[in-house]
Structure formats: C-alpha cells, structure tokens
Design a binder for this molecule. Structure first.
Ligand SMILES: [Mg+2]
Length: 236
C-alpha cells in the first residue's frame, strides 16, 4: 500500500462489525432484525411498511451515514436505547447462539500488548452481546458505540475525536484505527492516525490515500503485530 511507514503502535481502535465480529448480514437472525427494523421505522416515521426501505435510504443520504439508528436519532429524535431495545433486543439470545467462541482471536488479542477499544456505529447491546459470544469482551478496554459517540457517527470526524478523548489514545500515528469500510478511514487519516483497511475487496481509487495498511482479516493484523519484537510493536 502507499503511505506505508514503520509505526510504533501503542493503541488500537477497531470497528466491531466486519472487523472483530461477523458481518451482521451473515447471521441467521438477519431476517428478524430487518422485520423489527422495518416495523420500528414505520412506527416512528408514519411511513407505510412497503415504503420503509426507500425512506431509510433517503434518511441515510440526508444524514451522511450508513447507520439507520443514527439517521433516526437525527431525524426523529428517538433514543439509541429505544432503537436498540426494539430492533436488537428480542434477537439478542439468537445472536448470542449464532456466534461461536473464538479462542484463536482471544489469544491474538491478548498477545497485542496494547490497549484495544471498539469504535462502532452500532448499538452497544448488539456489540457487547456479539463480543461476549466470541469470548473477547474482557480484552477491550472500552466499547465506544453509538450511545457514547452521539451526536456523531463514523465517518464524521467528531466520532473519532470523541473516541480519542474518551480513551485517551494519542492523536498521532501510534494509534491505529481499523475498519472494513474505506470511507470510515478518511477522517482518522486526516487526524494523523495510522489507518488499516480490513478486507479483501479492491478499494475505490478515491480512498487509496486514506489507507496506510491492508490486511484480509483482523486476525492477520494481530498476527503481524505478534511477529514483531517483544518491546517494540511496529507495522512495517
Ligand atoms: Mg464494519
């Protein structure tokens, strides 16, 4: 990748869904989540159920976000906790069952030797339930989910600044931010963080400059860190 340079890593800020945990679309409960979401949006907006999908698309564009709950908070003043309880709440046991314990991930996260925090646009109940199921919740120093970063959400720079303020991670290249969406790497790169794209798909030309490193998976990134010298954690 371009922009590649040796960097001593002292903190890791990671997106959750698609980086640490599975993509929500791959979980068997996705159809129930979509049903709950459509019902909730229809209820809040007054838009008939058959028009909800189009309505959500419009709201995401209007509020420059990929996160429906954030768009609903901004548009209708709903609370993230109400959204979370209605949409995710009934499915949390099924989500827990669908995600298996990941002993390898646990070992790799432990071996990172630097604090790791989550920065997610998702609701905290979902993120914690999924990471509990993976067995890695105690390995995060903090969960910064939509509730904590409100009134911002990625890709808005305010989301990252808020996260740095809460975690006290340094605003420089020693803090790594990882996401599976290239758009979410633009603001942290401008803030001076080291950015890592997690994924195997080709990145659109416009985002290449925002990416310092690319790894297929979070585990690959952690393996690279583990291969480094005991005292100096570097990405090279
Ligand atoms: Mg993601």
């Amino acid at each position: 990748m371009v922009n590649r340079r040796p960097t001593r890593i002292t903190a890791i800020l990671a997106d959750y869904e698609g980086v640490v945990g599975p993509a929500i679309e791959t979980l068997p409960v996705i159809s129930n989540l979509v049903r709950n979401l459509n019902g909730y949006v229809s209820n809040v907006s007054g838009v008939p159920p058959e028009e909800v999908a189009t309505h959500i698309k419009m709201l995401l564009k209007k509020h420059n976000t990929d996160t429906t709950s954030y768009a609903l908070v901004m548009e209708y003043g709903v609370s993230v906790s109400e959204f979370s309880e209605t949409v995710y709440g009934p499915e949390l046991p099924a989500i827990r069952n669908a995600i298996g314990r990941d002993v390898e991930l646990h070992g790799l996260m432990r071996s990172a030797r630097v604090p790791i925090a989550v920065l997610s646009n998702n609701a905290e109940a979902y993120v914690r339930t999924a990471s509990d199921a993976q067995g890695v919740t105690p390995l995060f120093v903090q969960f910064l989910c939509q509730e904590s970063i409100h009134p911002y959400s990625k890709p808005n720079v305010g989301a990252y600044s808020t996260a740095l303020g809460i975690t006290k991670f340094t605003q420089d290249s020693h803090t790594v931010f990882l996401d599976d969406k290239p758009l979410n790497l633009v603001a942290p790169k401008e803030l001076g963080l080291t950015t890592v794209y997690i994924g195997e798909r080709a990145v659109q030309a416009g985002f290449v400059e925002s990416i310092d490193f690319t790894f297929p998976t979070f585990k690959d990134f952690l393996r690279q860190l583990r291969r480094q010298d005991e005292t100096t954690v570097m990405l090279t």
